[in-house]
Structures are given as structure tokens and as C-alpha cells.
Write a protein that binds this ligand. Sequence first.
Ligand SMILES: [Zn+2]
Ligand SMILES: [Zn+2]
Length: 110
Amino acid sequence: MGGMKSEPIAAATVFRAVMTAAAWRCQCTGVCGQPHAKSDGRCPREHDGYADKHGGPIRLLAAPADPHTPEREAVALPARALRAWCPGCHAAARKPAPAPDALQGGLFDL
Ligand SMILES: [Zn+2]
Ligand SMILES: [Zn+2]
């Protein structure tokens, strides 16, 4: 247990376990806000695949199934609690959801 050294989200062995389970394909099923309807409801991006003709190869991430898990908790998660994410889905899924119910949640206490 070290101090504040920076670590990748998942170590290499965990990463491989997650990617193998995911068949090296993004496991997003719409959390990013896109229904991925053209690809059976699951993101079609694959590790080392190309998002488009101009971009570089995609590097999938092994990150918590719940993308809002804080990073210091995420690093301690076992492979089964992680999912394969393409960077686009992961970034979109981590954005705080627009919260229409903030209005009903006491945020504006009149
Ligand atoms: Zn994706
Ligand atoms: Zn997605």
C-alpha cells in the first residue's frame, strides 16, 4: 500500500481479464447517452479498431461498471466489477447526468 503514486485504472492482468471477458469490445449499452441501436444496443468499438478513417486506433479502458465510481475506489475493484469502455463512451458516461429532478430534490428550496 503506497502513497499517492499514480496508477492506471487497472493493472495489466486485470485489464486483460476484463478485455477477454468483453471480447475486446466496448461494453457500453447506452450509459453514454447513445443507444447504440445500429449495433445490437452495444457499442461497436473494439480495441485497436478505428472509430473513423482519420482517428488513431481505439484503446479501450477497463473501468468500473458504474462510471461514477471514484478513482481511488476503482483501482481496488476486481476484474468482475469492471467493464471494457471505449474512451468516448466512458467520458460521456462519466459526465454528470442532466438532472431534471434537481428541481424536485430540494435544491431550490423556496
Ligand atoms: Zn463505446
Ligand atoms: Zn456508449
